[in-house]
Write a protein that binds this ligand. Structure first.
Ligand code: PNS
Length: 161
């Protein structure tokens, strides 16, 4: 069985992430979408909330499962016998850091990284921008699934009151 992992912060998941997850699910027998806990990065949603949203929006992909991890990505891969990491590349600006991580992960544990080029309509999309735009009242309904939009607006409303 060929499996792969799509790791990320997913705070929250966007259509850009979903595009990569869907395309990875067509390439591999099983795809684990893993919410990685980043201690240095503040987050809007808890890991559980992020996982729940991902579960909901990936429910049509039968071979996708959702998990979380707070250590090194390669440790998760080794423990679960996952030989490949799938990452989306939006633009050249992503490349330097992604290449560095891919080389490090390969050096650490022989785990391969497979890059999928983001669909052009998502090349400018990021969770950070979505949160910023929504915070200032902008419309992000084209960028996140409806269930994520609902949670995002509810969280922003709760934070205001
Ligand atoms: O969505 P993000 O924040 O761009 O995802 C980055 C992520 C979570 C994939 C990356 O920071 C990561 O792999 N973190 C886990 C810790 C780790 O293994 N760090 C060493 C990377 S070489």
């Amino acid at each position: 069985m060929h499996s792969a992992i799509c790791p990320g912060s997913f705070d929250p998941i966007t259509y850009g992430h979903l595009d990569i997850i869907g395309r990875a699910s067509a390439l591999y027998d099983e795809v684990v979408v893993a919410v990685l806990v980043n201690q240095t990065k503040g987050s809007m949603f808890t890991v559980e909330e992020r996982m729940e949203m991902i579960r909901e929006v990936t429910k049509d992909f039968a071979n996708v499962r959702v998990d979380s991890w707070s250590g090194l990505l390669v440790e998760y891969c080794k423990t679960h016998n996952i030989p490949a990491i799938v990452k989306g590349l939006r633009a050249v600006s992503d490349f330097d850091y992604e290449l560095q991580m891919a080389q490090m992960n390969h050096q650490l544990a022989g785990i391969e990284t497979v890059f999928i080029s983001t669909s052009p309509q998502y090349s400018f999309l990021s969770s950070s921008l979505v949160k910023e735009i929504a915070k200032y009242g902008g419309d992000v309904s084209e960028h996140v699934p409806p269930i994520v939009l609902t949670q995002l607006l509810a969280r922003l409303k709760a934070d205001k009151s």
